[in-house]
Write a protein that binds this ligand. Structure first.
Ligand code: ADP
Ligand code: MG
Length: 414
C-alpha cells in the first residue's frame, strides 16, 4: 500500500498548508486578503503535490494534484491557471507518457471546474460539499484508466484505493474546512457590524426619550388653554410656546428617531411602481439640478408589505445618494421585477462609484465622504427600514462606472 501511504502523506501536507492559510486569515484584519490567501494556498498546494510525488515507474508520477485543481478551480475560479501549473510541474519530470496523461487530465478537469465554478457558488453548503466529493471521485477514475489503457503495470487495489478513497476524502475534508472558515469570517464580520449598530440603537432609544419632554410641556399648555376664561394675550403666549415645543420635538424626531430600530408602524400592501414614482417625483427637482435623468422600468403588478412613509424614506435616501454621485449628470435606472415569492428593486446609477472598502462601510452610522454636507445616516436608515421589512440589500459598485443597489423583499400577492 505504498501509494495509499504516500497519498496520506500528500494529504497531510495539504492540510498543514491549509492550516497556515487559515492562521493568516485569522491574523489579518483586511477582509480582502481572503481571496489572496485562497490563491496562494491553491498554488502552493499544487506545487507541494508535485514536489512530493510518488514515482510508480520512471515516467509515472502519482500525487494528489487534482485536489488543488478541484478546490482552487471551484472555490477560487483558478482552474486554467492551476491546470497550466500542473502541466509545467509535470513537464519538469520529463516529457513522457506520464506527462501526456497529466496534460489531458489537467486540461479537462481545470476547464470543467472553471466553467462550473459560478454555478457551484450558487449551491448550498451541503450541495457544494457533495459536488466536491463526487468530482474528486470522477477525476480520480482517469489516472488508473489511462494507465490501464497504456498497459502500464500497477498495483490495482492500491491505486484505486488511493484515487477513489483518499482523494475524495481529502477533497471533502479541505472543502469542509474552507466552508467552515468562510462561515466564521462572515459571522465575525456580521458581529462587528451589529455591535456598531447596537451602540447607536441604544443611544437612539435614550434620545427619543427626549421627545417626551417637549410633548409633555405642549400637552400641559393645551390643557391650560382649554380654560375658556384666559385672555387673548395669554392664549397667544401659550400657543407660541406650544408651537416652539412641538417644533423642537419634531427636530428631535427628525434627527434621532431614524437611528433606532424602525418598527413598521403600519404594514400595508404597497404598489412598488406607484410608490417609486412618488419618490422619483419628490426628487425630480434635485435630479434636474444635477442634469440627472431618472428612468423607471417596472409594472403595476408588484406589491410588498410595509409602511408607506418608511418605504419612501428608504428610497429617497438611496436615490438621493445616486443623484449626489452624479454631479455632472447621468442616468438613474429604477427597475422592479419579481421571481416567485420575491420582489427585486434595482437602483442603478452611472455615478462616481465606490471602492470595495467604501461599499463595505455602507450602513455604518456617520460614515460619509461628503464632508460638511453629508450626515452619514441615509444608508443606515435605509438599511434599517429594509431590515424591518424583512428584505435584503446587495450593493455592486465600480469606481468611475456607477453603483447598483439591489433590494429583495418578500412579495405580496396582489
Ligand atoms: P451621506 O449621503 O450623508 O454622506 P449616506 O449614508 O447617505 O450619507 O451615504 C454614505 C456614503 O456612501 C456617502 O457619503 C457616499 O460616499 C457613499 N454612497 C452612497 N450611495 C452612493 C452612490 N450611489 N454612489 C457613490 N457613493 C455612494
Ligand atoms: Mg445620503
Amino acid at each position: 500500500m505504498d501509494i495509499t501511504l504516500h497519498f496520506f502523506f500528500n494529504l497531510s501536507l495539504l492540510i498543514i498548508l491549509q492550516f497556515f492559510s487559515i492562521l493568516l486569515i485569522g491574523i489579518s484584519k483586511n477582509q480582502h486578503s481572503f481571496k489572496v490567501q485562497a490563491i496562494v494556498f491553491s498554488i502552493l498546494s499544487l506545487i507541494t503535490c508535485f514536489a512530493f510525488t510518488y514515482q510508480l515507474h520512471e515516467n509515472i508520477l502519482l500525487n494528489l494534484y487534482l485536489i488543488p485543481i478541484l478546490v482552487g478551480g471551484l472555490y477560487v475560479g483558478l482552474g486554467p491557471l492551476l491546470g497550466l501549473l500542473a502541466i509545467i510541474s509535470s513537464g519538469i519530470y520529463g516529457f513522457d507518457i506520464g506527462f501526456f496523461s497529466t496534460v489531458i487530465v489537467a486540461i479537462v478537469s481545470a476547464l470543467l471546474f472553471w466553467r462550473i465554478s459560478p454555478w457551484f457558488f450558487k449551491r448550498s453548503v451541503k450541495q457544494r460539499m457533495a459536488i466536491v466529493t463526487v468530482m474528486a471521485l470522477i477525476v480520480g477514475i482517469y489516472p488508473p484508466i489511462i494507465m490501464q489503457i497504456n498497459q502500464i503495470p500497477f498495483p490495482v487495489f492500491d491505486v484505486y484505493f488511493a484515487y477513489l478513497v483518499i482523494q475524495p476524502l481529502g477533497a471533502a475534508m479541505i472543502a469542509f474546512v474552507i466552508e467552515l472558515t468562510c462561515n466564521t469570517v462572515h459571522l465575525r464580520h456580521h458581529v462587528v457590524k451589529s455591535q456598531r449598530l447596537e451602540v447607536v440603537e441604544k443611544m437612539a432609544a435614550a434620545i427619543s426619550h427626549e421627545i417626551r419632554n417637549p410633548l409633555t410641556a405642549a400637552v400641559g399648555f393645551v390643557q391650560l388653554m382649554q380654560d375658556a376664561s384666559i385672555s387673548k394675550d395669554k392664549s397667544d403666549q401659550y400657543l407660541s410656546i406650544i408651537n416652539s415645543e412641538l417644533n423642537s420635538a419634531e427636530k428631535v424626531i427628525q434627527n434621532f428617531l431614524t437611528f433606532s430600530q424602525p418598527q413598521i408602524e403600519s404594514a400595508e400592501p404597497l404598489n412598488i411602481n406607484k410608490e417609486l414614482q412618488f419618490v422619483i417625483d419628490i426628487l425630480q427637482p434635485s435630479a434636474n439640478k444635477n442634469k440627472v435623468f431618472i428612468e423607471l422600468n417596472g409594472s403595476d403588478i408588484y406589491w410588498v408589505i410595509g409602511d408607506r412613509q418608511s418605504f419612501h424614506q428608504c428610497f429617497v435616501n438611496i436615490i438621493k445618494n445616486s443623484i449626489e454621485a452624479m454631479e455632472n449628470g447621468g442616468t438613474i435606472t429604477v427597475e422592479a421585477d419579481s421571481v416567485p415569492s420575491e420582489v427585486n428593486i434595482r437602483i442603478h446609477d452611472t455615478g462616481k462609484g465606490m471602492t470595495p472598502e467604501q461599499v463595505e462601510r455602507l450602513g455604518e452610522p456617520y460614515y460619509s465622504t461628503k464632508g460638511e454636507s453629508g450626515t452619514g445616516l441615509g444608508i443606515m436608515v435605509a438599511y434599517n427600514i429594509v431590515r424591518a421589512m424583512k428584505g435584503t440589500i446587495s450593493v455592486k459598485s465600480e469606481v468611475g462606472k456607477g453603483t447598483t443597489f439591489e433590494f429583495t423583499f418578500p412579495a405580496e400577492i396582489s
